[in-house]
Write a protein that binds this ligand. Structure first.
Ligand code: MGD
Ligand code: MGD
Ligand code: MO
Length: 782
């Protein structure tokens, strides 16, 4: 695939070439890379210093912190766009975190990208800039349209931009020739308008970032317990006496979880981290709001046990624990919740027989964890009355993720750890509103129930055929089946797998439309026509005909609350996402009976319609204005399992073989501490002790010795796709790390170049970002 397309301008920087080292997508200055063994407690003072540096860089040292005080505060401030971890329910803590602050100040930069900027630089020239440099230009200020004659973006009026979108969409042979991407920032209200426009237009082509993130969790939980979400609330976390944290780098990606983990430790709960790397969050933290602890540098541990499986080894590990639990139940039946198993579950006997027959040696081999450790985990599990199991991308971005998550549910079911206080499955969602996007209709596989209600309430006729998701829309664009790509937020070309192929796919379209706050690669890798439509950020005031508007979001624990921006808009021309969507919809559907303009005048009207379409949103406008909003009811939390049997279903999947073939290593691609998905703040990764280096590969000492590699030695990495094709990056550096032999790790989005677009999970259709077989060799000379 790669050779057919050849190098494409702008996509080679993180790949390099033989003898020419790759370049990071961060600042990529020439400072010398280094690594130290960093065992400083996470959060706390180190975080405060790091935040200070970002605030200084964005020149916001005074305004920044003041805005922060308004963040995450009941209904009077804006929801932190940083992550989906819930807010403190008791309103006692000023529960801010380093990365939320960095993320918010990144949006509040005083720098602006104006028309003069685009006049000075051709797109070809901008494509040679680093991704850091692009975003560092600041906030976008007015709509721009690509002019092929000059290879530049030029100003366009909002009306002309909408008309270009509308006429291009109307000119397609079929609505299925367009696709509409969502990144998980979009508010519930904008989400609802977006999917309404797309379905009224006539397609379910709604790929989203969730296709790369937690699709597997949704599918597994839906099948097992009849709801696609976790059942835990933050109160359940507070009541648990055992918490497993699987495949999450909490200290960097959900820092406010550390508060829950430290509190759990203090009340004597066990906290078990399951991760091939021992991440900072598995050690100890200084809780940011505890000023006394900060003053005395007193750190609280955030883990009682760390287990290091091989990459992809989680399912075998969980099955091993289940096996030990079932063995214990043979002598003491009370080890299992017999009552619960009888009344609420299906297929327990089949599962018990499968697990009893499983071979310890095979479980040890596939998990990479010894039997004694699995037995010790089982002891903890049996001793606990209330167990929460949380997981994130380390579990979901695998071929067998759906089976692995169902195995997690199997284990929870054995002791009735669902639908009661302090217990349950708890996926850690990513983007701040990725869960709300799904709830409010972004789904390429909508249910008939949802479409029936949408059609009735909104008086439209939705298409029934399933649409394209992320991994399927890319080849569709490459092959010309999808000709228009609209993107609400995000940075699709860098977030998606197979950078070279994805670049070529986008460049093969007729029109790309990016609704964004900042300049990024996706604006420069575009269709024959291209639009950049700049929108208000979440921190900014959104005033419409009926006055200042708030939007709503749903966090990872199904809490829905209002968010009000309070800063002046970054530029007068900016429009809200709702207004931009309504503008594009009206231009696309001139005969539409949907009251687009009226919806934008007053978002309460959108919410009134949503209340009629979405179960759990009854009386939306009133309930969301109550103190701290409301929680969407989770039937499974009440032990109502909306599966075909009406019970929670045990799943009996065969154990997969997750080992790389001899001579290959298994690569997982992850985030550094100083990045937000495709936004890279610096080339440092503080908790892993790395400075000035992103083009790296973390390897075990044993693997480095085996390959004859010295510390920081230059290497080339080649991935091996299922179809036999290979992809390479050049001039990376080997960095020794405490990681199981045979497993290696590096950073997204640089290493997306190694992920083949055709290599996605058959269970979830997620790209296999954490299961990439690679070979490594010393860098070739140029
Ligand atoms: N600051 C910051 N916060 C963020 C983000 C960000 O980029 N920056 N991104 C947001 C988004 S969209 C998401 S989805 C989340 C992502 O949050 P995470 O899931 O923490 O994201 P990753 O950095 O990909 O880290 C994956 C973790 O899984 C581990 N892992 C890899 N393979 C395996 C495996 O086979 N088994 C197990 N048990 N563990 C494994 C890795 O070592 C790593 O600790 O964070 C959200 N929050
Ligand atoms: N190899 C590999 N690939 C991965 C992953 C991995 O772990 N490994 N993780 C995957 C995951 S979990 C995810 S979620 C995706 C992330 O994929 P995306 O969500 O597509 O990417 P982001 O980097 O979060 O998007 C950043 C851009 O969003 C825009 N933006 C920021 N705020 C706003 C706003 O308020 N409104 C609008 N309209 N735009 C805004 C800015 O222009 C910014 O440049 O990447 C996936 N890709
Ligand atoms: Mo994500």
């Amino acid at each position: 695939m790669t050779s057919e397309i050849g190098p494409v301008p702008g996509d080679d920087q993180s790949q390099g070439a033989p003898g020419r080292p790759a370049r990071s997508r961060g600042p990529a200055d020439d400072r010398r890379p280094s690594q130290r063994d960093d065992h400083a407690p996470s959060a706390g003072w180190g975080a405060a210093r790091s935040v200070g540096r970002v605030l200084l860089k964005t020149r916001e040292p005074i305004r920044g912190p003041r805005e922060m005080l308004k963040m995450n505060h009941e209904n009077s401030g804006f929801d932190c766009p940083g992550c989906a971890w819930p807010d403190d329910r008791h309103g006692l803590h000023l529960d801010l975190c380093e990365n939320g602050i960095k993320h918010t100040t990144w949006e509040m930069t005083p720098k602006r990208v104006e028309r003069e900027f685009f006049a000075r630089h051709t797109v070809t020239e901008l494509n040679s800039w680093t991704d850091f440099a692009l975003e560092d230009q600041g906030r976008l200020t007015e709509p721009m349209s690509y002019d092929p004659a000059t290879d530049r973006y030029v100003p366009i009026s909002w009306d002309a931009a909408f008309e270009l979108v509308g006429s291009t969409l109307r000119g397609l042979d079929s609505p299925d020739e367009a696709a509409f991407y969502t990144s998980g920032r979009l508010s519930n209200e904008a989400t609802f308008l977006y999917q309404l426009w797309v379905r009224e237009f006539g397609t379910n082509n709604l790929p989203d970032c969730s296709n790369m993130c937690h699709e597997a969790s949704g599918r597994a939980l839906q099948a097992a317990i009849g709801t696609g979400k976790g059942t835990c609330s933050i109160d359940d976390w507070d009541a648990a006496d055992l918490i497993w944290v699987m495949g999450v780098n909490a200290a960097s990606n959900a820092p406010r979880m550390l508060t829950s983990l430290a509190e759990a430790y203090r009340r004597g709960a066990k906290v078990v981290h399951v991760n091939p790397l021992i991440e900072a969050g598995a050690r100890r933290t200084i809780i940011p709001h505890e000023f006394l602890a900060m003053a005395t540098f007193r750190a609280t541990p955030t883990g009682t046990m760390s287990v290091q499986p091989r990459i992809g080894g989680d399912m075998a590990l969980v099955r091993g624990v289940a096996k030990a639990v079932l063995e214990a139940a043979e002598t003491d039946p009370d080890v299992l919740d017999q009552e619960f198993l009888r009344a609420y579950t299906a297929d327990f006997v089949q599962y018990r027989d499968l697990v009893t027959a499983a071979d310890w040696a095979e479980l040890v081999h596939q998990s990479g964890v010894d039997e004694a450790t699995m037995r010790a985990m089982a002891q903890d599990y049996i001793a606990a009355d209330r167990t929460v199991i949380a997981w994130c991308l380390g579990v979901t971005q695998q071929e067998h993720a759906v089976d692995a998550i169902r195995e997690i549910v199997n284990l929870l079911l054995l002791r009735g750890n669902i639908g009661r206080e302090g217990a349950g499955p708890s996926p850690v969602r990513g983007h701040s509103n990725v869960q709300g996007n799904r709830t409010c209709g972004i789904n390429h596989r909508p249910t008939e129930d949802f479409l029936t209600r949408l059609d009735q309430v909104c008086d439209i006729k939705s298409p029934r055929a399933y649409g394209l998701d992320t991994v399927h829309v890319i080849p569709a664009m490459r092959e010309g089946r999808v000709r228009v790509f609209v993107s609400l937020g995000g940075n699709f070309v860098l977030a998606a797998p197979d950078t070279t192929y994805t670049f070529a796919a986008l460049r093969n379209t007729e029109l790309t439309v990016q609704v964004s706050t900042k300049l990024n690669r996706s604006h420069l890798v575009h269709g024959r026509r291209a639009l950049i439509l700049p929108c208000l950020g979440r921190t900014e005031r959104d005033v419409q005909a009926a006055g200042p508007q708030g939007i709503t979001v749903e966090d990872a624990m199904s809490e829905v609350h209002l968010s009000f921006g309070n800063r002046p808009p970054a530029a007068p021309e900016l429009r809200s996402e709702c207004a931009i969507l309504a503008g594009m919809a009206q231009a696309t559907l001139p005969e539409s009976k949907t009251p687009w303009a009226s919806y934008v005048d007053d978002y309460d009207r959108i919410r009134d319609t949503m209340a009629q379409v979405l179960p759990g949103f009854e009386d939306f406008n009133r309930r969301v204005r109550e103190h701290l909003g409301f929680r969407i009811a989770q039937p499974a939390r009440e032990r109502i399992f909306l599966t075909s049997t009406g019970k929670a279903e045990f799943h009996t999947a065969e154990l997969p073989d997750v080992l790389p073939v001899p001579g290959q290593l298994m690569l997982q691609t992850m985030r550094s501490h100083d990045q937000w998905n495709t936004t890279i703040y610096s080339d440092n990764d503080r908790y892993r002790g790395v400075k000035n280096l992103r083009t790296l590969l973390f390897m075990s000492r044993a693997d480095m010795t085996e390959l004859g590699l010295g510390e920081f030695e230059l290497i080339d990495i080649t991935s091996h796709a299922r179809d036999g094709s290979t992809r390479s990056v050049y001039g990376y550096r080997a960095v020794a790390y405490d990681i199981p032999t045979g497993s290696v790790a590096g950073y997204m989005p640089e290493l997306n170049a190694l992920c083949a677009v055709g290599d996605y999970s058959e269970q979830s259709d997620q790209p296999l970002s954490k299961h990439v077989p690679v070979t490594v060799c010393k860098a070739a000379a140029g």
